[in-house]
Unconditional design. Structure first.
Length: 513
DNA sequence: GCGATCAGGT
DNA sequence: CACACCTGATCGC
């Protein structure tokens, strides 16, 4: 549950995801996604009255969020005051104080957040620096690095503050299976059941919230069976979702809901009331999507857990895991970070403590260089052998703001493939792989390895040389570079097998590169 | 009659 | 499993 109060230190005249109390005086409103806990006060009479008196106040959100919001008659009064901003399109907004006429300009950019349809992060740029409000998000490792608009001139943007979704920012939530892993686990279970007979049906016991749509669309796409839901008019203008949903009860996959659904289920009745087909009783299983997590060292178990005769729990998460948050924040390396959420069973101070080492404010201004040691055998990190096939099909360029050894430690889950000096054109042809010998690049790589081993288990060395030798180094186009900063461009291959293009396609513009 | 808040449920 | 939301009770306007 978000405890963000709506305002950011740098831009206190705008309000995000909170619309009560202090926020009633805001010059502009922003909504990151359409979940009720981020909409407090949005339909209160006080705000409605303010709107009626004001000429300039608007609510800014993504086109999908606007569509979802206006589907509910309770929010229709916003209709003329909502401005949909396209994803990844920097947009200037004038913040006007109507009493004094005072005006401030700010540029906002919406970035896909991967939390639910329409969900975005807000990047604000103005006189008080660049700040990022993440809203709720789930991004796989390396996704920040792939977002063009978090970069400028080939480097990560200089971000003053990040207002961060810290729902799972606790080491106990170290890893959560990826969307792809969860999806394929559920797919397999659903498939194995509904192919037994036309009378075998599945009930997806989902909570009342946006965010399961990619599950529905993927199941439908893969199995050719639409998903039964109670309502679909909110998706009327989103064909990629709409085509996979139905209000026709005769389908074999149900995600319909009812207050007494659990009770119904005991009597072999679906929430929509269906108990039989052609007078033949149905055989039903229930699958409850819920978050599963694993500690840093604990072995991941199955993403599907059987909880009864015909009930299952399936792994599913709307929020980033601890390691995904670390990856995100280490990459951005903002001056400050503020948690939006205090995870259950922990405290504000503890969350701050975990986040501190990941941002600049607490670090020495001078990046520490480890002494150059002997080049050790490079090793892979968190790489299960069965995932090998998923690797190396998609190079990930990582522009560097910081000096190389420092930045490299920021990607513990990536596999270092090649490093290319950007401001030393004569060396451009000598890009190095992980395990090569004597060059400058290799000394830097040694630092990388040293840094890595200082904070994780060291016994897990493995034969990278064997698995790497057939790889071609990836060459980069040369870029303009500042003379004062060592300019390196490093290619990683992501180790996260991800969920594949298909499963994310339906997030509309959200999850495009 | 409506909203805010809390407890308790899934 | 710990998310997001629903229902119902109670209180105040």
């Amino acid at each position: 549950m978000s405890s963000f109060q709506g305002q950011m230190a740098e831009y206190p005249t705008i309000s995000i995801d909170r619309f009560d109390r202090e926020n009633l005086r805001a010059r502009a409103y922003f909504l990151s996604h359409c979940h009720k806990d981020h909409m407090k006060g949005l339909r209160a009479p006080t705000l409605k009255r303010r709107l009626e008196c004001s000429l300039t106040v608007h609510l800014y959100c993504s086109p999908v969020t606007k569509e979802l919001l206006l589907t509910s008659p309770k929010y229709r009064f916003w209709e003329k005051r909502i401005v949909a901003i396209e994803i990844e399109t920097p947009t200037q907004i004038a913040l006007i104080d109507e009493a004094s006429g005072e005006k401030e300009e700010i540029v906002v950019t919406l970035l896909p957040a991967g939390h639910c349809p329409g969900s975005v992060m807000f990047l604000f740029q103005g006189d008080n620096g660049t700040v990022l409000y993440t809203g709720d998000f789930r991004l796989a490792k390396g996704e920040a690095a792939r977002m063009e608009l978090l970069h400028s001139g080939g480097r990560v943007r200089d971000i003053q503050s990040v207002y961060l979704d810290t729902t799972f920012c606790d080491p106990r939530f170290y890893q959560i299976p990826s969307r792809g892993e969860c999806l394929s686990g559920i797919l397999e279970l659903v498939q194995s059941w509904i192919t037994r007979s036309p009378y075998h049906v599945v009930w997806l016991n989902c909570k009342a919230a946006y965010g399961y749509e990619y599950l529905f669309t993927n199941l439908s796409e893969e199995l050719g069976v639409q998903v039964h839901v109670d309502k679909l008019d909110m998706f009327r203008n989103m064909p990629d979702i709409l085509q996979h949903l139905t209000t026709e009860r005769s389908t074999q996959i149900h995600a319909c809901r009812h207050p007494k659904a659990e009770e119904y289920y005991q009597w072999n009745k679906l929430p929509c009331g269906l108990t039989s087909k052609n007078k033949i009783p149905l055989h039903t299983i229930s699958i409850k999507p819920s978050t599963m997590w694993f500690g840093e060292r604990s072995r991941k178990t199955n993403v599907i857990v059987r909880t009864g005769e015909s009930s299952y729990r399936a792994c599913f998460s709307f929020h980033s895991s601890y390691s995904e948050i670390q990856d995100f924040l280490r990459y951005l390396c903002p001056v400050n970070v503020y948690p939006n959420v205090i995870p259950v069973g922990t405290t504000l101070d503890k969350v701050r403590e975990t986040l501190k080492p990941l941002c600049r404010s607490s670090q020495n201004t001078e990046p520490k260089y480890k002494p150059l040691g002997k080049l050790k055998r490079a090793r892979r990190v968190h790489l299960d052998s069965e995932e090998e096939d998923d690797l190396f099909d998609d190079p990930l360029p990582v522009p560097l703001r910081h000096k190389l050894p420092y930045q490299l430690t920021l990607h513990p889950e990536a596999v270092l493939l090649t490093a290319v000096p950007q401001n030393q054109p004569e060396k451009l042809g000598q890009s190095t792989g992980c395990c090569e010998g004597e060059s400058v690049q290799s000394s830097l790589l040694t630092n990388f390895i040293d840094c890595e081993e200082s904070n994780s288990e060291s016994e897990e060395e493995s034969d990278t040389s064997a698995s790497r030798q057939d790889l071609d180094p990836v060459m980069l186009p040369q870029q303009k570079a500042d003379a004062d900063v060592p300019q390196w461009k490093v290619f990683f291959k992501r180790n996260d097998s991800g969920c594949g293009q298909q499963s994310l396609k339906m997030y509309l513009q959200n999850l495009k590169r």
